[in-house]
Ligand binder design. Sequence first.
Ligand code: NAI
Length: 327
Amino acid sequence: TRSPVTVTVTGAAGQIGYALLFRIASGQLIGPDTPINLRLLEIPQAVKAAEGTAMELTDCAFPLLRSIEVTDDTHRAFEGTNIALLVGARPRTQGMERGDLLEANGGIFKPQGEAINANAADDVRVLVVGNPANTNALIAQAHAPDVPAERFTAMTRLDHNRALAQLAIKLGVGIDEIQRLAIWGNHSATQYPDLFHAEVGGKIAAEQVEREWLSEEFIPTVAKRGAAIIEARGASSAASAANAAIDHVHTWVNGTAEGDWTSAGVVSDGSYGVPEGLISSFPVRARDGRYEIVQGLEIDEFSRPRIDASVQELVDERETVRRLGLV
Ligand code: NAI
């Protein structure tokens, strides 16, 4: 057995929280021999509900679950935290402009960044799930100057998994026959799922599908899947989002398979024309507990404008939060 890891989950009483916590506590986040101390952060009105979830976690008698603490104190929530999953966010409500949404989320992610900076463990890793995830991650990162910027990431693994599944269905192959797929840009409808480097059976995926399917079916289906789930379920993706969060952290800690990569929103080093400092989705490899951007890929002319458009949206979001004094 390894030494215990402290995992903080914000928005613990929400629907993703409910799908996520039991998987963390059962050992799926890191591995089957790492004990977990759970910290659940909620707003005061939802503390009681989070305590109810904590009671159920206790009742599972998970061998790896050492402790659970529920709090509405942001500083306490991140004390000694090794892995922070920032799920709680302010949803867009009717009549809300994008600027209002970013500002409301700044009110959440700025203090959480500060609390991580002041209280978290030296090896803290942060995954932002709450939307708009990339820019929320940027805000938190901007307020944690003592934490290496690369430790702040945003979740595009759900988009990645959706793209894997759509391609597998189309080609009638297993998920594990697909390699090197990547999501570029923002976790939004502008994201670009790239099949020009993806391989199926050692051949480029984009060459195994019709171009029209790629542009008219695949890309919009992946990009608008969140809305389609809401339409069908009457609620937004929860279990699949929780599953992607588990995948993101598991890969970060345990690494990608040799020759393969995955997708994550990570701080840009200027690669592929993505302005430095933006938190954008890239093809990434994980090694030695770090995500690194896959270098040296050629970007074809189908992909280039699509990547640029999504990155431009991130630039605009950064401009808005700069004007609001949030970064
Ligand atoms: P939810 O509304 O069910 O739960 C959110 C929870 O966060 C609530 O319990 C609320 O009390 C809590 N919360 C709000 N402000 C907080 C704060 N300052 N500190 C701690 N907790 C706070 O929402 P759900 O369905 O669990 O989704 C959570 C977020 O994840 C949303 O922003 C959603 O858009 C996003 N999401 C992101 C995905 C991605 O792929 N990146 C996929 C699916 C959802």
